[in-house]
Design a protein around this ligand. Structure first.
Ligand SMILES: Cc1cc2nc3c(=O)[nH]c(=O)nc-3n(C[C@H](O)[C@H](O)[C@H](O)COP(=O)(O)O)c2cc1C
Length: 226
């Protein structure tokens, strides 16, 4: 049995969001194809993910300098302990499905905060005599990202820093199997274009869903809905 973290970084619901709609469709198909796997949904807008503020940095520094956990302030204790629980949950999982909208060419700040929380030396990577080394070899990732314009090709491609950022960080953790579903061009306003764009995103999702159920699961895809 594998544990899948379904990590959503969107304040709205699937009726109002392309990325969440595709994510929901995908994770339902995944559950159907892999009923024995445990899927844990982390809605980053509801989770407590401490930012790296003065309590966190001072708490860590105090621990590094030899203070015991009990000697930290209450704020330092709760944030440091929570951050440790977040990264431990991440490390314990086998597969990750990230869902995010593109905002200003990037992932939303809650996902950046979560990525900070999972980028902990000694947990997801370590420094050796030969340089940094990822500790999450063999894990798998799918990133579903919606964007108003098109970035997978064309003149805007160099501006894409959402998927590319996450991809580089996850590679730094040692994860090599990283796939993506891009739901692109959702902000193209033309009345005629809009339904086709949405359909393209969902059709692409449907086709890729089959592929990624195989990618994420052990069994071949089978679904009453396909
Ligand atoms: C705050 C904000 C910033 C955005 N920045 C970008 C951007 O940099 N590039 C882009 O192509 N679309 C941008 N968009 C449009 C969204 O990427 C687009 O609406 C996409 O469909 C969002 O995903 P969703 O449908 O899951 O909400 C932005 C939207 C918002 C609300």
């Amino acid at each position: 049995m594998a544990t899948v973290l379904y990590i959503t970084a969107h304040p709205l619901d699937p009726q109002s969001s392309y990325s969440l709609a595709v994510g929901k469709e995908f994770i339902e198909a995944y559950r159907e194809a892999n009923p024995k796997d445990e899927v844990v949904h982390l809605d980053l807008y509801k989770e407590n993910i401490p930012q790296f503020d003065a309590d966190v940095l001072r708490g860590w520094e105090n621990l590094r300098s030899g203070s015991s956990f009990d000697q930290l302030t209450d704020a330092e204790k709760s944030k440091v302990a929570r951050l440790e629980a977040v990264v431990d949950q991440f490390v314990a999982a086998d597969k990750y499905v990230y869902v995010s909208p593109m905002w200003n060419f990037m992932i939303p700040p809650v996902l950046k905060a979560y990525t900070d929380a999972t980028s902990i030396p000694g947990k997801t990577s370590r420094y050796t005599e030969n340089g940094p080394e990822g500790l999450l070899n063999g894990k798998k990732v799918l990133h579903i990202q919606a964007s108003g314009s098109v970035y997978s090709e064309g003149p805007l491609a160099p501006l894409e820093m959402g998927y590319n950022y996450l991809n580089k960080v996850l590679q730094f953790y040692g994860i090599q199997s990283i796939e993506a579903i891009f739901v692109e061009g959702t902000a193209l306003k033309s009345q005629e274009q809009a339904p086709a764009i949405k359909e393209k995103g969902c059709l692409t999702s449907h086709e890729r869903r089959i592929r990624y159920c195989r990618f994420l699961g052990r069994e071949k895809y089978s679904s009453k809905r396909s």
